[in-house]
Design a protein. Sequence first.
Length: 237
Amino acid sequence: MSLIIVMGGLLASFLYALTQTDSISFLTRRSRCDSCSKNLKVTDLIPVISYLKNHGRCSHCRTSISINYLIVEVVTILLFVLPLIVPLGYDNMLLYYLLVSILIPLSIYDFETLLIPTHMLILLFVCGLYLTGLEYMDIRLDFLTVVVLHIFYMLFKDKIGYGDIQLFSVLTMITPFDFFIFTFLFTYIIGGIAVIVLDLFQTSRITKVPLVPFIAASLITTFYLYSDFIDIYYGGF
């Protein structure tokens, strides 16, 4: 379990930083402070512990570091450990860890900026195809799904961002079709409920909603309740 915790925290921190850059040099240089550009020590890179030890500040210039790093690390670690306690309904741990590793940092980034970096979608697509060995790819069905998603975007483009359509398009190629359908439907069910609740406490009407957090929540829900969804869908047979 210790290895799972460390891996979850390290991946979360690295991938969240990766969402915020489009420079290839990020992959070749040492980790450094965005404010003073000083290289960070190993003790500054321990997930969660380093943030708390330094009180959320750079150990060199004492500039405040976004709490989003702590949130991403804690949530990812918890989701990495959870399958060891609660069995997955859809038992594909590699795919689960890949999607959690990328979608949790993306969720926080989308919540802050309403943007989905293209290079993160490419990373998810390539890693997803590699880990699944093209097992879930059906060229005709996936092509039809992508076309339908783009029609959906053209009809409701004032309600949904194109990055969300791109993310759904990637997911349909790296997950089973029924898994993708459950995720898609629950994204809008969970998102719709959340918007209604938030609307009750807002003085102005909500016009833009970050969708990736709801996609991530729906996808994780589907991972754990997949067998139940299948039983309900097929009437228990």
